[in-house]
Design a binder for this molecule. Structure first.
Ligand SMILES: *Cc1c(COP(=O)(O)O)cnc(C)c1O
Length: 414
């Protein structure tokens, strides 16, 4: 067997990994779906657990030698149940998108109708974007937000009554407000629909007690584990006991083969971290930091979609500042600040060059940054947007950003 390190055996890959570490250390990561995992989570991902096949579930495997794998997977399940108060948990989904596909097939038949939020109002690709395979299988109908930026509950009810969906879907990628799960559950009860919440973005805020928890209310909850929950790249499904066997069968053998148990070990560690009292402080700080950004953007006359934020992210219409989302993303990149261009509700522009940018605080909060740093960073963003054509100015901001990041080191042991 080869025993060399990456550095000795594959210098090109080693160099790219080192450069990626350097990029993460020296820039401001404000993509709201990104975060930095702990060294313990990284260690589990790179462990020998990756070698093991373990099709099936703890205690019911199709392969021998799974005794230690069972310990790992059962612990991940038990910790997730404790965090969210779930009746049943499946930790095998490889990521958020396959978790959603598995959930759809667990309870729906081809041709069934799903009522989800309009994608330009914050919904995710997997909630019925025409480019995804699921739109060939299921019929997606869409509700929207109202002019105040709240989910339009009346419109949602009317659509539910008109289309009689089998599934009502909430949980979003670019929506910055709280969700009233009870009201939506009441509409679902009225039309006999199953409820599903995709908490991919906000799972960490829910775990930390900073946002409403749909798990005790809704039928099925899907999530990623790598966004605010700060675990490894992966997915998870929680559900009421009555859907347990359908969910498990849908994940395996319905959709996936052997589970990635190294990843599940890393999920278990991240869940242990999320159960610590410190994680509550983390979740609180994520929100406080987003509010601090909101304050500066409001003061500088930015158009914040949905009127502002209750969570970790902000969706900003930058067109009133004389540029597009793509221009803003590029200018901020040059200034060492990573955000992503994003559609705004009913965006008249295209997804490749939309009107908005989306940014958030989970990764910066993991670095230890607080309100004071957010005020400085919001000013840098404002400056980069205002002077987006001035390369020299952008370069100066990048230098200031680098100095700021030096005060908040990441991964000092790597
Ligand atoms: C990120 C996200 C997903 C998809 O997760 P992947 O891990 O990228 O497949 C699904 N739903 C929502 C709401 C998301 O934000």
């Amino acid at each position: 067997m080869k025993t060399e390190s990456i550095q000795q055996y594959d210098p090109i890959i080693n160099d790219a990994i080192k450069k990626e570490l350097h990029r993460q250390e020296n820039g401001l990561e404000m993509i709201p779906s990104e975060n930095f995992v702990s060294p313990a989570v990284l260690e589990a991902l790179g462990s020998v657990v990756t070698n093991k096949y373990a099709e099936g579930y703890p205690g019911k495997r199709y392969y021998g030698g799974c005794e230690h794998i069972d310990t790992i997977e059962q612990l991940a399940i038990d910790r997730a149940k404790q965090i969210f108060g779930a009746e049943h948990v499946n930790v095998q989904p490889l990521s958020g998108a396959p978790a959603n596909i598995a959930a759809y097939f667990a309870v729906l038949k081809p041709g069934d109708t799903i009522l989800g939020m309009d994608l330009s109002h914050g919904g995710h690709l997997t909630h019925g974007h025409p480019v995804t395979h699921m739109t060939q299988v299921f019929q997606f109908k869409r509700y929207k937000t109202n002019t105040k930026g709240e989910i339009d509950i009346e419109n949602l009810r009317e659509m539910a009554l008109a289309h009689k969906p089998k599934l009502i879907l909430v949980g979003y990628s670019a929506y910055s407000r709280e969700i009233a799960y009870e009201k939506i559950q009441a509409i679902a009860d009225e039309v006999g629909a199953i409820t599903m919440a995709d908490i991919a973005h906000i799972a960490g805020l829910i775990a930390g007690g900073e946002m409403n928890n749909p798990v005790p209310i809704f039928d099925i909850i899907t999530t990623t584990t790598h966004k605010t929950l700060r675990g490894p790249r992966g997915g998870m499904i929680m559900c009421k006991e009555k859907f347990a066997k359908y969910i498990d069968k849908s994940v395996f053998p319905g959709l996936q083969g052997g589970p990635h148990e190294n990843n599940i070990a890393a999920k278990a560690i991240a869940f242990k971290e999320a159960l610590e009292p410190k994680f509550k402080d983390y979740a609180k700080q994520i929100k406080a930091n987003a509010k601090a950004l909101e304050k500066v953007f409001h003061a500088n006359d930015y158009t914040l979609c949905f009127g502002g934020t209750d969570n970790h992210l902000l969706l900003i219409d930058v067109t009133s500042k004389g540029l597009t989302g793509k221009d803003a993303e590029e200018a901020l990149d040059k200034a060492g600040i990573t955000v992503n261009k994003n559609m705004i509700p009913d965006d008249p522009r295209s997804p490749f060059n939309p009107s908005g940018i989306r940014l958030g605080t989970p990764a910066l909060t993991t670095r230890g940054m607080k309100e004071k740093e957010m005020e400085i960073i919001a000013q840098y963003i404002n400056e980069a947007i205002t002077y987006h054509k001035n390369e020299e100015r952008l370069h100066e901001i990048r230098e200031a950003v680098r100095l700021l990041t030096k005060k908040f080191p990441l991964y000092t042991s790597l």
